[in-house]
Design a protein around this ligand. Structure first.
Ligand code: SAH
Length: 358
């Protein structure tokens, strides 16, 4: 049993079952034993990989997206170039390298990394130290000024609440103890609450991510008052109301039971892009809809970049082609992963003015 298992079990013995969201928050962010607090989870030796770790092309395309959006807004100087949950700093490093050709962009960028994990802050320092980045614990720690923000696989790590309807009554999914083992259960029927998703289908699971919506609203308010754009890339859904239990655990690149090893496995849930967009729009920003990752990368020219890289390094041609396929193919990350663009004005962000397909 993990040390965090002991802590969670003791809390349940004392205070009763806890909502799934509280369990998820403890697993990921407990100040001593939280999954992200204690380790670098990325890469071959870790538990999962992400688009920027698959290929430099991902960050390069995002860098061009940001630089174009910046020029479209009159190249404001200085501006805040922010990333939420930067992992190893790979995405930001690729962004800065690709956008270095755009005159004035890197020089005008004040780099801000929103990161809670001391282990990952160290990694970020190693990859980005030369650019003198600043760190913030949360989005409220970002300074004022035009904001150009990116978040890749950040929102899927925020705790979700899960609700279900039983005999016509709405209940919250909880984590409790059965014979000293962690087990899912349900709360007593809940009254009406603002936070509830309002689903009525018997036995279906409805998820909400209050922290995600709150962060999206803060981004929206910042964009509306100081200008700029945001790009949120993650895996999830863009249907008006999706249901289902999407909580999942990954350990050693394989799916695991979310209750098996608290603090030792990555826990994520699908991102509800419509909810994020609505929260940002409610705070004054413009939401430009959701595009498949593959379609957006295609539009930004990833195929041309892949051909160029393969020509420069023929010995890596196969690897480059495989990465391109993984990032863009609908059977891989191409459509499950999606991008949501937000802006503080009515200038369409690159790739979001016209239909791109799925
Ligand atoms: N964006 C990176 C890493 C994704 S992993 C990539 O694509 O490779 C999720 C990242 O979000 C990690 O850096 C993790 O430490 C950070 N994170 C998770 N929850 C957070 C929170 N509540 N506040 C700030 N950072 C968080």
């Amino acid at each position: 049993m993990t040390p965090l298992h002991e802590i969670i079990a003791a809390r349940i013995r004392e205070g009763g079952p806890m909502p799934v969201a509280e369990y998820m928050a403890l697993c990921l962010s407990h100040p001593e034993h939280g999954y992200y607090i204690t380790r670098d989870p990325l890469g071959k030796a870790g538990d999962f990989t992400t688009a920027p770790e698959i290929s430099q092309m991902f960050g390069e395309m995002i860098g061009l997206w940001l630089a174009q959006a910046w020029m479209d807004r009159g190249s404001p100087k200085p501006f805040v170039l922010a990333e939420l949950g930067p992992g190893r700093g790979t995405l930001m490093a690729d962004i800065l390298r690709a956008s270095a050709r755009v005159e004035g962009f890197v020089e005008a960028a004040e780099i801000w990394l929103v990161e809670t994990s001391p282990a990952l802050r160290r990694k970020q320092w190693e990859s980005l130290g030369a650019h003198q980045p600043h760190w913030a614990d949360d989005i409220d720690g970002l300074p004022d000024g035009p904001l150009f923000l990116i978040a890749n696989e950040f929102f899927d790590a925020l705790p979700v609440r899960q609700f279900t309807v039983q005999n016509g009554a709405l209940c919250e999914r909880m984590v409790g103890l059965v014979h000293d083992r962690l087990a899912f259960g349900l709360s007593p029927p809940l009254g009406d609450a603002d936070d509830l998703p309002g689903g009525t289908e018997e036995d279906a699971v409805y998820e909400t991510c209050p922290q995600g919506r709150s962060i999206a609203a803060t981004i929206g308010a910042r964009l509306a008052s100081a200008g700029g754009v945001a790009l949120v890339v993650d895996y999830g859904h863009a249907a008006v109301r999706a249901s289902g239990d999407t909580l999942q655990a990954m350990q050693g690149h394989a799916y695991a039971d979310p209750l098996d090893a608290p603090g030792e496995a990555d826990l994520t849930a699908h991102v509800d892009f419509i909810a994020l967009s609505k929260a940002a729009e409610g705070a004054g920003a413009t939401g430009w809809g959701v595009r498949g990752q593959g379609a957006l990368l295609d539009w930004l020219g990833i195929r041309v970049r892949a051909a160029m890289l393969a020509k420069k390094q023929p010995e890596r041609a196969e690897e480059i082609e495989a990465a391109l396929d993984r990032l863009t193919n609908p059977e891989a990350m191409g459509t499950l992963f999606k991008a949501l663009a937000l802006s503080g004005d009515d200038i369409p962000p690159p790739g979001f003015a016209e239909e791109l397909g799925a």
